[in-house]
Design a protein around this ligand. Structure first.
Ligand code: ADP
Length: 191
């Protein structure tokens, strides 16, 4: 199973990614988590990425693509994977297409979580209190929403045209959202 989980910052991608990946027995690959791990270890990749992350901007495509390619090449991702936070730009879509085509597989579905914009900001402000993420300040949160609308929301139409888009209501309780995702994915044929 090769899946993408999409949605604006605060939509609950990270939370749902773990449940969905476990359900299908594939690794959840979160670009945000990989970047944060590199930041906390002070690697060259982390030092480069931090400048962008702290401002709410996207890390340059070449950096992100290279990182994802290496991660997908690892043995645990051979049977499939769930991507959380990638692709976020059209250039990343093209790059991912190449990576998957190279392995002779296909992308099975793109799940997009939809959540009201005010609810998103509230959730992220709440996360700022509980998790203390450096990029969860109000200004940076608003910038991340803008960047999402400009650069990532257009990807929804790309995948809709391919006929692999699955839209799921991301409002309400975590368990209910998980159940909606499973119900929607049960409809699609698995590769
Ligand atoms: P959220 O979706 O809550 O904003 P993430 O944890 O997914 O947060 O990502 C945090 C930050 O990591 C992003 O704001 C961005 O700077 C960087 N990042 C993550 N994924 C990508 C990507 N695919 N392309 C570019 N930058 C990314």
């Amino acid at each position: 199973m090769r899946l993408i989980l999409m949605g604006p910052p605060g939509a609950g991608k990270g939370t749902q990614a773990r449940f969905v990946a476990d359900h299908f027995g594939v690794p959840a690959i979160s670009t945000g988590d990989i970047f944060r791990a590199n930041v906390s270890q002070g690697t060259p990749l982390g030092i480069e990425a931090k400048r962008y992350m702290d401002a709410g901007e996207y890390v340059p495509d070449e950096v992100t693509n290279h990182m994802v390619r290496n991660r997908i090449d690892e043995a645990d991702a051979a049977p499939g994977f769930l991507l959380d936070g990638y692709p976020r730009t059209l250039a990343q879509v093209t790059e991912l297409d190449g990576m998957i085509e190279f392995t002779g597989h296909r992308l099975d579905a793109v799940v997009v979580l939809t959540v009201d914009s005010e609810e998103l900001v509230q959730r992220l402000l709440q996360r700022a209190v509980t998790d203390g993420r450096a990029d969860d300040t109000e200004d940076v949160i608003r910038r991340r929403q803008e960047v999402y609308l400009e650069q990532t929301a257009p990807l929804i139409e790309v995948y809709r045209e391919r006929g692999i888009l699955v839209e799921v209501d991301g409002m309400g309780e975590v368990d209910d959202v998980t159940a909606r995702i499973f119900a929607a994915l049960d409809e699609i044929p698995q590769s």
